[in-house]
Design a protein around this ligand. Structure first.
Ligand code: SME
Length: 157
């Protein structure tokens, strides 16, 4: 597995998004950039907070679950606690929602803009314990950049 230079990726993300005023386009490119940078990932995307549920937004991978309640799954846990969920073995996570049966581990980071939850970034891997602490730290910083730049945009995702 390739070691990722998250600082470099963060610079690339900020360059890619800095002049994008439309949040949907920015989200789509954020997801595409990260999906192509990470090895051993079968699904990567954003679930957007819509009322009291998470709804599938821009993503890469096979067709996925479209609506997730805030008390369901790994995504719901990240959204309701506002804490990143790094799950080494999804079969050991009570209530894990199977979207792609190939998934073995998962990293879900809450997206918070202006102090408000706007969604989560969900990354699935077919490899057990695919995500390290360094991955969590790097991906959280990318999400921070995405959300910070989001604050200047005209539309919310
Ligand atoms: N496994 C997630 C659902 C989303 S899919 O993995 C794309 C969960 O338990 O919330």
């Amino acid at each position: 597995m390739n070691q990722i230079d998250y600082d470099l990726l963060n610079s690339q993300l900020r360059a890619l998004l800095k002049d994008e005023h439309d949040a949907l386009a920015a989200a789509a490119n954020f997801v595409a950039l990260l999906y192509n940078a990470l090895d051993e990932v079968n699904c990567l995307g954003i679930y957007v907070l819509r009322g009291d549920e998470l709804v599938l937004g821009p993503f890469q991978g096979k067709p996925a679950c479209t609506h997730i309640a805030l008390d369901e799954g790994v995504c719901g846990a990240a959204a309701s606690t506002l804490l990143t969920q790094r799950v080494g073995d999804v079969h050991a996570f009570p209530g894990h929602i199977v979207c792609d049966p190939d998934s073995r581990s998962e990293l879900v980071v809450p997206l918070v803009s202006h102090g408000q939850l706007i969604g989560v970034l969900d990354i699935d891997s077919p490899i057990t314990r695919r995500f390290s602490e360094a991955d969590q730290d790097g991906v959280e910083k990318l999400c921070d950049s995405f959300c910070e730049l989001q604050e200047n945009r005209k539309y919310f995702i």
